[in-house]
Design a protein around this ligand. Structure first.
Ligand SMILES: [Zn+2]
Length: 318
């Protein structure tokens, strides 16, 4: 962010503090500040990623468009698509595959976890077998107003699994208590590739404090993917990256938690109950983290929700 950007943020924060300090008739001002605080441009940044199918290694490909990236396996028995994201993504993916490989069909859809932003558009291939954790169908059914364009899982799996797609073997690595209760990472040993859905963000802070996240288990999940030590890693969102990027993301997450925990422990429990100390904690955490991580996409935009998530998570043990 440039100097002007920081000035704008500062003005917004000052206005916000004024708004929160005002009573009664400040509603209009307060709403205006809240509206400005919604970081819409966080996602718009990735409109620069145009639809593209590319080979990662051997039979493993990826299809990326804007914020999302699917993994594709190309086998003699058909194509497997890992994560579908939304209908626009899948229509673009389908057109691309039909152009590139007109004689081949998509036979399998694999859903990495139940989050709707990863599985919308999965009904674009109605004949495909849909593979995912055994709890996904129930979790999707819980959201009747927003679960459109989603195919039901037809092959339910649990725990670690070895899956076979044509001549390609995939190790499905179950990551309990990390990010949702249904999430898998995927390792393709023959081509030395790991697909890391929601477990790898390259030069970026995850959106909105990463709501569905159990910190200790999430770090265990990242460490498990790092330990695979594959040559190629595919993130499901934002920019492409390498194992070094995954390690950097892991280290940033650990340092963020460490700083917030340290600031949390400085607050006297009596003060905490009175609501005293959190303001100082967020200011101090920002000063400690910004020099090293301020350049990451979304650092300022997502700092407040991320601080809140780590701070609240430390209080709860979550
Ligand atoms: Zn997710």
């Amino acid at each position: 962010m440039g100097r002007m950007g920081r000035i704008i943020i500062s003005v917004i924060v000052i206005l916000g503090l004024l708004a929160l300090g005002l009573k009664g008739c400040s509603t209009t001002l307060r709403k205006a500040v809240f509206a400005k605080a919604m970081p819409g441009s966080y996602f718009a940044e990735y409109s620069r990623i145009h639809p593209s199918l590319y080979q990662v290694s051997g039979q493993v490909y990826a299809f990326e468009k804007e914020f999302a990236r699917s993994m594709i396996l190309r086998t003699p028995d058909g194509i497997a698509v890992f994560d579908t994201f939304d209908t626009a993504h899948m229509i673009s993916l389908k057109q691309t595959l039909e152009q590139e490989w007109p004689q081949e069909s998509v036979r399998w859809i694999v859903l990495s976890h139940n989050h709707l932003d990863h599985i919308r558009g999965s009904d674009v291939y109605p004949k495909a077998e849909v593979i995912g954790h055994k709890d996904i169908n129930q979790l999707v059914a819980d959201w009747p107003n927003v679960n459109s364009d989603i195919a039901s899982v037809t092959r339910e799996i649990s725990d670690d699994q070895t899956l076979t797609f044509g001549d390609v073997t995939v190790e499905a690595l179950y990551m309990p208590f990390s990010h949702s209760s249904t999430i898998y990472g995927f390792h393709i040993p023959s081509d030395n590739v790991v697909f890391a859905p929601d477990m790898m963000f390259v030069d970026a802070v995850p959106p909105f404090g990463f709501p569905d996240f159990y910190y200790p288990g999430y770090i265990r999940a990242l460490d498990r993917l790092i330990a695979v030590n594959a040559e190629h890693y595919i993130p499901s969102h934002m920019d492409r990256g390498t194992r070094a990027d995954l390690i950097a993301f892991r280290d940033m997450t650990v340092e963020f938690q460490g700083v917030v925990e340290d600031e949390y422990l400085k607050i006297d429990p009596e003060d905490f109950i009175q609501g005293i100390g959190m303001g100082d904690a967020i200011k101090s955490a920002y000063d400690r983290l910004h020099p090293k991580y301020g350049h990451l996409h979304g650092f300022d935009a997502m700092f407040v929700p991320k601080f809140g998530r780590h701070f609240g998570g430390t209080y709860l043990g979550y």
